[in-house]
Write a new protein. Structure first.
Length: 127
């Protein structure tokens, strides 16, 4: 499920991003997408490719990875994100929920650390 008002467009500085054509209220689930789960061995191979920037750590022990379908892998990162993601390991789903009101035309962001307000540097800022 992807909210009908979501669309992908080019951003000013981050390549592609996810935007909304309509206002979205706080607490709205805007996407639920299945994932393809891969082993730690497969992750080591993916880490050598461009896909490294689009996969998520997966599993309770984070010893797997996944490629999310839908728009999930296109959401850009912000330490002050307006959305958060939740992983359902049993159902093999990632969902995106709005954490505060978003106006039409705004870009939707997630925090790649998992928690929407986690300021720990992510891999591309830690270099």
């Amino acid at each position: 499920m992807i909210l009908a008002s979501l669309y992908i467009a080019i951003t000013k500085s981050m390549g592609l991003g996810v935007f909304t054509s309509e206002d979205i209220d706080e607490g709205t689930i805007i996407e639920e997408s299945p994932v393809i789960v891969m082993s730690n061995v497969e992750r080591k191979l993916l880490d050598q490719t461009l896909l490294h920037d689009y996969i998520f750590e997966w599993g309770e022990k984070k010893n797997q990875c996944c490629m999310a379908l839908g728009y999930i892998s296109v959401y850009n990162h912000s330490y002050k994100s307006n959305c958060e993601y939740e992983m359902d390991f049993k159902k093999k789903l990632i969902s995106i929920k709005v954490i505060y009101f978003i106006k039409a035309g705004e870009e939707l962001f997630i925090n790649y650390n998992g928690d929407w307000n986690d300021n720990k540097p992510v891999w591309f800022d830690a270099k």
